[in-house]
Write a protein that binds this ligand. Structure first.
Ligand SMILES: Nc1ncnc2c1ncn2[C@@H]1O[C@H](COP(=O)(O)OP(=O)(O)OP(=O)(O)O)[C@@H](O)[C@H]1O
Ligand SMILES: [Mg+2]
Length: 317
């Protein structure tokens, strides 16, 4: 059975189409990521799947249960870690988990076991009796993840779980998520606007842009679709980029030309150094190039290709 199936799922807020009729499937045991900029529709999508928001149209199932007709069954099957922290900071870590676990009506023994396991996974056992207001941002995020796992969910929704954390803490969280996925087979649907996070964690990534899925594949598949390398060409004046792009247009070895910030990025299909060729062409036609480089396609390049702008420059505060 698929963990998640959506069919033309849509969410309108007045005239704004936040989620634009998306259809996708997530396999059981998969870590599936939505990569998108602010306002792309990531949270709205997760909220609908978690039955916290009514779809405007379309359908979806989570663990085989319909998100509208079988809400309770969906809720029993999922865990969710919201974008905004929602812990009670005047309780200790353990008290937060304990309070949350009572919602699931677990027998005390099972409840205590689950809490201990969850605290173990995110390495917060030593801090369990400290008030959450004295936790660091990273520790609070870890506790949120622990809380999302208490009902042993088959599907865990993580909405930007590492937002605003430093790189080291982010890596730690990635490893917890990976371990949880591998050890208990939990399917994870992750929203992120960190390219490295999607690349490192996800089996498959969907690029979400203005409520639509622009592309979906494994990180490798997405990168490979851009060709074997990317040439970046910088000019002393931005306007030259456009003129030079017209010159390159139609060259058989170029798969795609992208322009941003006065810079050109060429996806090159076949191997073989194209830098000398570009430099020769520039010289021939009187263009001045200030820098040129070649690299293997990254997920950032993929995002730029489909969305037309870089994600990193669009970070949250
Ligand atoms: N309750 C609401 N009422 C009106 N508009 C909303 C509401 N919730 C979201 N939107 C709009 O829907 C669009 C998608 O928002 P959403 O929160 O799903 O995006 P996101 O990808 O999660 O963005 P972010 O990366 O900033 O969290 C945005 O334009 C947002 O302003
Ligand atoms: Mg969001």
């Amino acid at each position: 059975m698929k963990a998640i199936v959506t069919d033309n799922l849509a969410k309108m807020f007045g005239r704004l189409v936040a989620v634009d009729h998306i259809s996708f499937e997530v396999e059981e045991g998969e870590i599936f990521g939505f990569l998108g900029a602010n306002g792309a529709g990531k949270t709205s999508t997760i909220m609908m799947l978690a039955t916290a928001l009514n779809p405007s149209s379309g359908t979806a199932t989570v663990c085989g249960y319909d998100i509208i007709r079988e809400r309770d069954a969906v809720r029993e099957s999922i865990g969710i870690v919201f974008e905004d922290l929602s812990l009670d900071t005047n309780l200790t870590g353990k008290e937060n988990l304990d309070f949350h676990a009572t919602l699931y009506h677990l027998p005390k023994k099972v409840k205590d076991e689950r809490i201990a396991q969850a605290l173990d996974l995110v390495e917060l056992k030593e801090k369990q009796d400290i008030l959450v207001k004295y936790y660091s941002g990273g520790m609070q995020r870890r506790l949120e993840i622990a809380r999302g796992m208490l009902n042993s969910p088959r599907v865990l929704f993580l909405d930007e779980p590492t937002l605003g954390l430093d790189v080291q803490t982010r890596r730690l969280l990635w490893d917890y998520a990976k371990r949880l996925n591998q050890e208990s087979g939990t399917t994870i649907l992750l929203n992120t606007h960190y390219v490295e996070e999607a690349d490192y964690l996800c089996n498959r990534v969907a690029i979400l842009e203005r409520g639509k899925i622009a592309a979906v594949d494994t990180p490798k598949g997405l990168k490979d679709s851009l060709g074997s390398s990317v040439l970046s060409i910088k000019f002393p004046e931005g306007a030259l980029a456009n003129e030079f792009a017209s010159l390159l247009n139609g060259m058989s070895w170029i798969r795609n030309i992208r322009r941003h910030d006065g810079q050109l990025e060429l996806s090159v299909g076949d191997k073989g150094m194209k830098i000398p060729e570009v430099v020769r062409l520039a010289r021939q036609h009187g263009f001045v190039i200030s820098a040129i480089g070649e690299h293997k396609p990254s997920l950032e390049d993929v995002f730029l290709h489909y969305v037309g702008k870089k994600l990193q420059s669009n970070e949250h505060e």
